[in-house]
Ligand binder design. Sequence first.
Ligand code: ATP
Length: 364
Amino acid sequence: MNNVKEFRIAVLPGDGIGVEVMAAAQEVLAAAQAKVGGFRLVNDSHDAGANLYREIGTAMTEETLRAAEAADAILLGACGLPDVRYPDGTEIAPQVDLRFHFGLYAGVRPVKALPGGPLALADPRAAGIDFVLIRESTEGLFAARGKGQVIDDREARDTMVITRPTSEKLFDFAFQLAARRRAGGSAGKVTLIDKANIFASMAFFRKVFDERAAAHPEVATERLYVDAAALDFVRRPWEFDVLVTENMFGDILSDLAAGLVGGMGFAPSGDIGDDNAVFQPAHGTAPDIAGQGKANPTAMIQSAAMMLDWLGHRHDIAACIEAAQLIDEAMVEAIAKGRVRTYDAGGSDGTAAVSKAVIELING
Ligand code: ATP
C-alpha cells in the first residue's frame, strides 16, 4: 500500500439538496476508490452556506476557508436559500466567494446528451450534443458583486471588468481543452461568445481572444454575439465543441445549456484556477424538493468524477483518471440501460436509487 497517493478533499455539502446529493456522491467516490485503488481521498467536511449564516452570521468560517486552502480539491454541494439574505438583499453564495478567493477563472461546464437521457430538442441530432461551456468566473459583470452603487435612490451602477491577464489564461485554457478534446475525436473548435459590437469591454475581450487564437493555430475558432449564440443553443447545439464567454453570459447560457440535456440535475461543473479547483453541480439548493429524497444526484456525481480527473491529470495519477472514467461510464450506463429514471426526467427514482445503481455498476 506504499504507492497509495492521498488527497485531502475539503467537502462542503451546503444547503438543501446540496447535502443530499453530496452524500450520494461520497458513496460513489468511495466505491470507485475501493474498486480502482492507488489513491485515497481524505475528506474534511465543513458546514457552509445559508443555514450556517442564519446560525452564526457567516456563510463560511475562517477555519473552513483555511481548510479549503490546504486541500487538494474542494467538493461543494449547493449553497443558498431564497429567504436567507445579506442586508443588501443579495443571496448567500460562498461558491462565488470561493471563485474570487482562489482565482478560479475557468468555470468548466460540460454539456453532454446521455444516451437514453432526457433531451429538450426533438431533432435527432440533439442526441449528439457534446460541448463544454467555459464561463469566466472571477470578473466580468460579477466583478461588481458587493460593489454596486445605488445613487440617491435614483440610479444604480454595476461595472463590467475584463482584464488581460485573466482573459489570456481563460482563452489558453479553452484552446488547450479543445486540443485535448480533438485528440479524443471532437472537432477541436473554440467558440467565443461576447457582445463586441456594443461594449468596449467585450471588444477588448475579443481582441485578446484573437491574439491567443493566433498562438493556437491547430484549433479552429468561431465568434458569436451572445444574442446569436442564444439562438444557436437551440438551433444547432450539436455543432459546438468548446465555448468560452464572460461571467454573466456564462451564468445565463449554462442554465440554457443544462436545459438542453435534461435540466439542472444533469449539469456538472468545475471552477478551475492555476492552483485550486472547486467541483460542484451547477444547480442550486432546490428548496421545492429538498428533504424529499427526490433530488437527482447525477450532476453532483459527475462533478465528483471531474474532480478525480483533474486531480489525476494534475498529479499524474492514472488511477484517479481511471476512477473518474469508471464513475462516468457507470453513470451513463445506469441511465442508458434504464436502470434509473430520475424525477426530473419523468421517472420515480430518487437520490439513493441513483447512487445505488451507479455503485452496483462500478462494483460490477
Ligand atoms: P439557484 O438560484 O442558486 O440556482 P434554485 O434552487 O433557485 O437555486 P436550481 O436549484 O438551480 O434553482 O434549480 C431550479 C429548479 O430545478 C429547482 O427548484 C428544482 O425543482 C429543479 N432542480 C434543480 N436541481 C435539481 C436536481 N439535482 N434534481 C432535481 N431537480 C432539480
